[in-house]
Design a protein around this ligand. Structure first.
Ligand code: HEM
Length: 367
């Protein structure tokens, strides 16, 4: 007869609560703060496990060849969970910080050369989201992923770490799935397969940039009126730089010619969704883009909060993993996956300045 389900069996509490002895067989030899240190890290890794699962679920929904309207709320559901967990992870450093610098020094040496740097789940998250490997900050002179491969050769857990990284690298990333989906967005009612789609996209971008020019001119006059005529030249330079940057970005002039039309359409789609977000068909896509930015913002806050916590506990000394410590961690604040979603914000216009929308009915706007 099957046994009655119990709370402790279902959660495997006997096993779970027997995993906090560090490198020893039992917890007897642990310092009180060492138990704290282990539990906080394990809790993080459990959250990372759920984050990775949610990222994969969101990616799978988004990667379908046609994403029905009702699918977007499901993608949003998974990413909202990721974002919320990451936000909790930011706050959780408050608990880590109850460890004093001196109490940490009591057992720090025994950790060398292990480090959160070897958190392969963190790397899986970055890879599955789509972090461009060229952005990675070198660990000394070594690529951070190679470091995990090297360190992992000796043990089963280490080999598993590397295997999981290789697996994540072989998968489609959220960024790739997102771009595929964005590419198919109808712009001014035109689809990518339509005969004159490229022209429609170009016309939309030109109309947008024209409207932006007028908005910038008016903005400049307001600034000059407020700050004085003598500031005009300096302000003009800044406004012109914004204009040039917006054109270069929207027409994807920073991208190789082969990829340019595709990236131009993707960026135009983001602009279109953000601009006409009140249309019923665009409301969920716009919410999804916002959730992705929010998720990445949480990841950035996580990196920053971790670095500040580290600075508070170990100051500017090198890490147990051998990096320069806080200096290295601060450099990783430059990591961005969804670069275009951030960049588009510089180009956005107020609703009153937008060029007229064509084919409103296609977007569910009856009026
Ligand atoms: C006393 C507490 C902690 C200290 C002093 C500390 C210190 C450091 C240092 C110095 C590094 C840079 C690599 C190295 O040289 O070791 C690092 C990396 C890292 N730590 Fe921590 N850490 C602490 C707690 C945590 C916690 C609770 C987490 C949660 C998972 C964590 C996650 C990470 C991750 C993911 C990295 C890699 C960052 C990257 O390369 O982007 N650390 N840590």
């Amino acid at each position: 007869m099957a046994s009655t389900p119990s709370y402790w069996d279902y959660l495997k509490l006997d096993q779970l609560l027997d995993l906090q002895s560090g490198l020893d067989e039992t917890e007897d030899g642990l310092l009180p703060d060492e138990l704290h240190f282990i539990i906080v890290h394990q809790v993080y890794e459990l959250w990372f496990k759920l984050v990775i699962r949610s990222i994969r679920l969101a990616r799978d929904e988004l990667a379908k060849p046609t994403v029905a309207e009702e699918v977007i709320p499901r993608v949003a559901h998974h990413l909202r969970r990721v974002s919320r967990i990451l936000s909790l992870c930011v706050d959780q450093f408050d608990v880590m910080e109850t460890l004093t610098p001196q109490d940490f020094l009591a057992f720090r040496d025994k950790l060398v050369p292990s480090s959160g740097f070897q958190s392969f789940q963190m790397r899986e998250m970055e890879i599955l989201l789509g972090l461009d490997e060229s952005q990675r900050i070198l660990y000394g002179k070594v690529d951070p992923l190679e470091h995990i491969r090297e360190m992992g050769r000796e043990t089963n857990a280490g080999r598993l770490a590397w295997k999981r990284i290789v697996q994540a690298r072989s998968e489609l990333s959220v960024l790739e799935a997102l771009n595929e989906w964005l590419y198919r967005t109808p712009i001014q009612g035109s689809q990518p397969d339509d005969a004159n789609d490229e022209q429609v996209v170009t016309d939309f971008l030109e109309a947008y940039l024209d409207a932006a020019d007028k908005s910038h001119d008016a903005g400049l006059e307001r600034l000059v009126a407020a700050l004085g005529e003598e500031k005009r030249e300096t302000l003009q330079v800044r406004v012109d730089a914004t204009r040039t940057h917006a054109r270069r970005f929207l027409f994807a002039e920073d991208i190789d010619e082969g990829e340019r039309p595709r990236i131009r359409r993707i960026r135009a789609a983001v602009l279109f969704i953000e601009s006409y977000r009140e249309l019923p068909l665009l409301a969920w896509p716009r919410l999804l883009l916002d959730l992705i930015v929010q998720m990445e913002q949480q990841l950035l806050l996580f990196r920053n909060r971790h670095a500040r916590m580290v600075e508070r506990i170990i100051g500017r000394r090198p890490g147990t993993g051998g990096s320069e410590g806080v200096g290295y961690l601060d450099k990783t604040l430059s990591y961005r996956v969804f670069v275009d979603l951030w960049a588009i914000r510089t180009a956005l216009l107020p609703k009153s300045a937008l060029p007229p929308l064509e084919n409103p009915k296609l977007y569910g706007f009856a009026g």
